[in-house]
Design a protein around this ligand. Structure first.
Ligand SMILES: [Zn+2]
Ligand SMILES: [Zn+2]
Length: 589
């Protein structure tokens, strides 16, 4: 029976070909009987019609049925056995695909054929691309990725079939380019006329469409998020930025939130795969460009509840854990920025006592989650205190009280003191005499920052707090790395690029304010050079503190200073004087 059918199909019997195309997956034995060679035979390169040699309808129908038959490989997750024959057949399959794209998809009268046609082309390609040797031949064929791109762009213009939103071509395109993203993406871009925004908008609109449904289909979601990750890779800056400008962070976070609502009920491969795609995209891009706008965008789109609800699906390994990385390496680096801190605080407060919060606490992200919470709560307390209160700028006092009780320095309008005595002491013995001059000059020269003055002041106050908190560690580092050097000759360097912050000391002599090794692009405050010069002039009075804070792909270098009294013994390091009780001292995290 099989032999007759195969023979009939080979001779071009349309009923036999139809039977095979529909039923072959149910009869595995057919595959060892030369099934695919029958299909390849009808997809021969020499049979493709051209204006000079138009083909008969039945020839075209045979090719169509054969391509449809091959496309079912895709549904059954199986690979082709006879790779050599498939390799030989590929040029024909490609030319026929082109033919069907032009005549049946683009042709105005081929309306009803467009969707099935697109499905069989992308289906057949998806089935073949699973085999490595075929994949290489396919991507090496000039015009292949370009055709897949055109079909992908065309897919978006198709009306939805029933309630489904076709994503076959999206999946097909990504399947072809994902193994050589670098070159593949360039060809996609060329085929789209070099228009990065067109590519980004198209991929993002597909994702938006999927998310618009009340209960997005998880397979569709997986394809749509994969397309965003695949087509906007970090190394292609123009494309990546087009995606970011199209609010990819917002939509990928929304996708993660959608996944997080079903993942605990259904943690299957597709769902977990889609989750990982979103997490790795966010992990790679939240730090993109300058600043922290994407961090805020993601938090506002529901990043924290999504992370909490996904946490049970993250397994138990902390290393290479994408959620841990987002919490520790991304979110935690930005807590010193007031807008981020406010956002994080309100998102965490909403989660308090929730089921999601309990999930996070029982999962692999527990420690990093709690560390972030503690840090946010404590810094937020400082932030609210600073907005209602003031702290005396006299380092020997540092009293905190209501704003109204403080006296503003009449010359610089920057410093505040709790009393006339403190004002005098800070001027004569403290550092205000120099600070005042710098502040007046800044105001006169209109020295501005991308960050507002209050943001900057907050980072400086937190830097000072972290410095106080680190005194025991700093003294240890001094004893180990700089024995015999007076504290007053050391610069305190705090890196907030890691969590918890790390402490270092550098000799004041030779300190330039530019990180050695140039590992980070550093944006400096314009007046940092005068600050360094001023401290160097009289190091017995002032201690310089440098804080490095993440700012997207760059980092901010914030310089502040404090009186040498900071060290607790006048900058000498002999007598082990008691630790001061500090107003903002926090428990270590
Ligand atoms: Zn005071
Ligand atoms: Zn002043």
């Amino acid at each position: 029976m099989f032999t007759n059918c195969l023979d009939g199909a080979r001779r071009g019997s349309l009923p036999d070909l139809t039977t095979l195309a529909i039923h072959w997956p149910s009869f595995p034995v057919l595959r060892s009987m030369g099934l695919f060679n029958v299909f390849f035979h009808h997809l021969d390169e020499g049979k493709v019609p051209s204006p000079r040699s138009p083909a008969s309808e039945s020839l075209i129908e045979s090719a169509y049925l054969s391509l449809a038959a091959i496309s079912r490989l895709c549904d059954f997750q199986s690979q082709i056995e006879d790779v050599d024959s498939a390799l030989k057949a590929w040029p024909g399959i490609f030319k026929w695909s082109k033919f069907f794209f032009v005549t049946r998809m683009l042709h105005p009268t081929g309306e009803e054929m467009r969707y099935p046609c697109m499905q069989i082309i992308t289906g057949a390609w998806c089935g073949l691309v699973r085999t490595e040797r075929l994949r290489t031949a396919m991507t090496d064929t000039p015009g292949s990725i370009e055709l897949a791109t055109k079909i992908w762009l065309f897919e978006g213009s198709l009306q939805a079939i029933g309630d489904t939103n076709p994503l076959a071509a999206t999946g097909g395109l990504c399947n072809i380019i994902q193994f050589d993203c670098q070159r593949g993406v360039d060809r996609v871009l060329d085929a789209a006329g070099g228009d990065v925004h067109k590519v980004a908008q198209h991929a993002l609109s597909r994702l938006r469409k999927v998310l618009e449904g009340t209960q997005p289909d998880i397979s569709d979601l997986k394809i749509a998020v994969h397309a965003v990750q695949c087509l906007g890779p970090p190394m292609k800056i123009a494309l990546r930025d087009a995606f970011l400008d199209g609010n990819s962070i917002w939509w990928m976070t929304k996708a993660l939130a959608s996944i997080s609502s079903t993942i605990s009920r259904n943690p299957d491969r597709t769902t977990v795969g889609a989750m990982r795609t979103c997490l790795s995209y966010l992990g790679e891009n939240l730090n993109a460009k300058e600043g922290y706008a994407f961090v805020i965008q993601s938090i506002n789109a529901g990043l924290l509840p999504a992370l909490a609800n996904c946490s049970p699906a993250m397994g138990t390994e902390t290393s290479e854990n994408l959620e841990v990385a987002i919490l520790r390496d991304t979110l935690h680096r930005y807590v010193l920025y007031r807008p981020v801190l406010r956002c994080l605080h309100s998102a965490l407060a909403k989660l308090h006592g929730s089921q999601g919060r309990r999930k996070a606490e029982a999962s692999v992200i527990k420690d990093d989650w709690i560390n972030l919470e503690i840090d946010v709560v404590e810094r937020y307390r400082d932030l609210s205190m600073l907005s209602d209160n003031r702290c005396c700028d006299n380092v020997k006092c540092r009293k905190i009280g209501e704003k109204a009780q403080f006296r503003k320095c009449g010359s610089c309008s920057v410093a505040f003191h709790c009393s006339k005595e403190c004002q005098v002491q800070d001027w004569k013995e403290g550092d205000h005499k120099v600070k005042c001059k710098v502040a007046q000059r800044d105001a006169a020269e209109g020295a501005t920052e991308e960050l507002g003055k209050r943001d900057f002041e907050f980072i400086k106050s937190q830097t000072l707090q972290d410095a106080y908190r680190g005194i025991p560690e700093l003294k240890m580092i001094a004893a180990r790395d700089h024995p015999g050097v007076p504290y007053s000759r050391l610069v305190i360097v705090i890196s907030h690029l890691v969590s918890p912050p790390s402490y270092m000391l550098e000799p004041l002599e030779g300190y330039t304010g530019v990180p050695r090794g140039g590992e980070d692009h550093t944006v400096m405050r314009p007046q940092s050079q005068p600050i360094i010069a001023t401290v160097k002039e009289d190091p017995t009075k002032l201690t310089l503190i440098e804080s490095r804070v993440a700012f997207g792909e760059t980092c901010k270098l914030v310089l502040t200073w404090t009186s040498v009294d900071f060290w607790g013994d006048g900058g000498n390091r002999d007598n082990g004087s008691k630790e001061k009780v500090l107003p903002f001292a926090r428990k270590s995290v």
